[in-house]
Design a protein around this ligand. Structure first.
Ligand SMILES: Nc1ncnc2c1ncn2[C@@H]1O[C@H](COP(=O)(O)OP(=O)(O)O)[C@@H](O)[C@H]1O
Ligand SMILES: [Mg+2]
Length: 395
């Protein structure tokens, strides 16, 4: 026996959402109280934490992504380790919120992406794309005693899609508007954007990854300043823009690649950073940080100019993710998007730090109701699937 039927019949559910993004700055864990499903979804945020990875784990995962000596045993074991850590994060957010774990109905976990390569490659006579999120959902379910939905990207990849971005459906649920065209931007490690034309239906939603968000800034700040990130953009603000470096970065093929498109450390990881640093040998360290920070905003703008401008005038740009705290990114966005209002999701009652974790809590609910959260236009899949695998708990 499981309590799946009971959960479905509840009017209000406590759901935990879990994600660690490409920045790997910690596991975001949110607790929400949710009502309804699909377009009728509404929720209240009860608690939010960022639960740190143990020292050294982020660095080791980055090495693994860069294919530095790794065994199958280690990858397999890290899958269970991250499951344990995500489980701990879920328990901790309940404790911090003062809600007993026995009250929680469901967990939605994105996991930790370690590889994302949706482009199909020939393999033994088959054409195969792939994505891999670690953080075994069964481990999370067993550790917490809470039914857990995980692995949201694989069904979309199996249908020929990018498996990303998945946030546009959440943006559609929460930010669509009758009278204005909205763009919803998340600046995590990678930045992704959702376009919601006024009065849109799900099928009208456009969305894609724009390019690097914070991940280049983080890694270069680490190499040049021994800092995990550029707090509030303070280093960048001291720097001078290098037009040469900016022009070099503008040539990155991902920028002009036609959507659907998604990205990760495969495109903007160690190899690309080496190229940037080689190009910048004669620049001051601050000028490099300034220019790559500017590039984060410019990449968003160039994508909109190239792929959206002729179809849609963006009235409002609503921003979330850690990048909201970087003053230079926000100022540069305001500079490029002169005729658009630029705001944080905070103004709409959605914490910019918790937004993606909330989305995966909402998505776990959608999985139970059998509602597809992927959008064909966005991921390029040949059908919209019910995403997520459900790990149940015996009563
Ligand atoms: N105070 C801050 N100032 C500047 N940047 C920040 C600040 N706080 C967080 N960030 C940036 O946000 C990143 C985390 O953003 P997040 O939305 O969690 O990304 P991801 O989804 O990739 O984990 C950090 O790695 C850092 O670059
Ligand atoms: Mg994060």
């Amino acid at each position: 026996m499981t309590n799946l039927g009971k959960i479905l019949n509840k009017k209000e559910k406590y759901i935990v959402g879990l994600i660690s993004g490409t920045s790997m700055d910690g596991v975001d864990a949110v607790l929400i109280k949710l009502k309804g499903c699909a377009e009728k979804t509404s929720f209240k945020q009860i608690g939010f934490i960022t639960y740190p990875y143990p020292p050294g784990l982020k660095e080791r995962i980055i090495e693994i992504i860069s294919s530095i000596k790794v065994s199958l045993d280690e990858i397999s074991r890290i899958n269970f380790l991250i499951g344990e850590i995500f489980g701990e994060a879920a328990l901790r957010v309940c404790q911090k919120s003062g809600v007993a774990v026995s009250e929680i109905d469901l967990i939605g976990s994105h996991g930790q992406t370690i590889w994302h390569s949706p482009m199909k490659e020939e393999m033994f006579g088959h054409k195969i794309g792939t994505t891999l999120q670690l953080g075994e959902p069964s481990t999370i379910a067993v550790k917490t005693g809470i039914p857990t939905v995980g692995d949201f990207r694989t069904a979309d990849i199996s249908s020929g899609g990018e498996g990303a971005p998945l946030i546009p459906y959440f943006d559609y649920l929460m930010f669509r508007d009758k009278s204005e065209n909205r763009a919803i931007l998340n600046i995590g490690g990678i930045s992704n954007i959702t376009l919601l034309p006024k009065n849109c239906k799900k099928k009208d939603v456009i969305g894609f990854d724009c390019g690097p968000g914070n991940l280049l800034i983080d890694q270069i700040a680490k190499l040049l300043f021994q800092k995990d990130f550029d707090k509030n953009g303070n280093i960048a603000i001291k720097g001078k823009l290098s037009v040469e470096l900016l022009n070099f970065m503008k040539k990155h093929p991902f920028l002009m690649k036609k959507p659907p498109k998604s990205s990760g450390r495969e495109e903007f990881g160690d190899d690309y950073i080496k190229k940037i640093l080689k190009f910048s040998e004669k620049l001051r360290k601050e000028d490099i940080i300034k220019t790559i920070t500017e590039f984060t905003a410019l990449a968003v703008y160039l994508n909109i100019q190239k792929f959206i401008k002729d179809r849609l005038k963006v009235d409002r740009l609503i921003v979330s993710g850690g990048g909201v705290k970087n003053k230079l990114i926000i100022n540069s966005l305001k500079k490029y998007f002169k005729e658009t209002k630029v705001e944080s999701t905070e103004k709409y009652g959605i914490s910019p730090d918790a937004k993606e974790a909330i989305a995966f809590a909402v998505y776990a609910n959608e999985t139970l109701y059998g509602n597809p959260i992927s959008i064909k236009n966005v991921t390029g899949a040949n059908r919209e699937n019910i995403l997520g695998k459900i790990c149940l708990i015996s009563l």
